[in-house]
Design a binder for this molecule. Structure first.
Ligand code: LER
Ligand code: MN
Length: 274
């Protein structure tokens, strides 16, 4: 059985990005609870954006879990990546992600590496970039273990990275790691651009699929684009996926309507009851 989650962004620099709720964490928790989401996924500017005590209290009082925390603020705010030609930048990128693992971990939430993976080029070969990425995933995957959460790595579409664009390439990366504590994030928006067959890719991803960004082809909420979800849900059932379907989607036409649309579609597709 899967669980539902909805994204909340507290990152001013990401305005217009694919997040449902914005800026006001208590209000987002209230609305997520009212709509019946199981969890929120938090995109925060850094580990100090909200204290552990406040986050614990907000989650508890609204009956919510923390599905995951994004680390992309390290890129959008500080221009850090794990594959920068500059060793000092790579080091700071790993430090930032470690701090986000420490932020989400006590709440049972894994950290997601998406845009922090960077790209090859600018004097860095693909082999070298993948090697640096692998080193970072090994180290950070082991760091996450103390919280009994995996490290989540997200293949992105070709316009956002040239490192790993498909689930299959993600599996190849996962199987080349020393750590066994990393899993893949399958973002249906990125997959719609890169995969030949989304359901087949999910099935082939199998046990490596650790998180889903639940969104439509045009990055609008599920049901507002042209994805055919039934085979995708069947594929997830077939691989025994029991994690989150987390709405990382544009707040289209507005945050509340996007959240309502998502939970309605989630229930219709999964048979979850309100
Ligand atoms: C970026 O396009 C994305 O999908 C995020 O989840 C990664 O930071
Ligand atoms: Mn995503």
């Amino acid at each position: 059985m899967t669980r539902s989650a909805v994204t909340v962004s507290l990152v001013a620099e990401s305005k217009g990005g694919p997040f449902v709720f914005w800026d006001d964490l208590p209000a987002a928790c209230r609305q997520a609870q009212e709509l019946g989401f199981d969890a929120i996924e938090l995109f925060a500017p850094g580990p100090d954006a909200v204290s552990a005590a406040e986050l614990t209290s907000l989650l508890k009082s609204h009956g919510l879990r923390l599905a995951a925390v994004g680390t992309g603020a390290g890129w959008v705010k500080h221009k850090l990546t794990l594959t920068s030609p500059d060793a000092a930048v790579r080091g700071k990128a790993a430090d930032f992600i470690r701090s986000m693992i420490d932020f989400g971990g006590p709440h049972g939430a894994p950290a997601i590496i998406g845009s922090m993976q960077g790209r090859w080029g600018d004097g860095v070969s693909k082999d070298q970039a993948i090697c640096w990425l692998r080193d970072a995933l090994n180290e950070l995957g082991e760091h996450a273990r103390q919280f009994q959460v995996p490290l989540i790595y997200e293949p992105l579409n070709r316009y956002e990275t040239n490192l790993v664009n498909t689930v299959a390439a993600g599996v190849e990366l996962m199987t080349s790691l020393r750590t066994d504590n990393a899993r893949l994030l399958a973002d249906l928006f990125h997959m719609n651009i890169e995969e030949v067959d989304l359901a087949a890719a999910l099935k082939a991803g199998g046990k490596w699929i650790g998180h889903i960004h639940f969104v439509d082809s045009n990055r609008r909420p599920a049901g507002c684009g042209h994805l055919n979800y039934a085979p995708l849900i069947a594929a997830l059932q077939q691989i025994g996926y029991s994690g989150y379907l987390s709405a990382e989607a544009l707040a289209w036409p507005d945050p509340l309507a996007a959240a309502q649309q998502t939970i309605r579609e989630y229930r219709r597709l999964t048979g979850a009851v309100a």
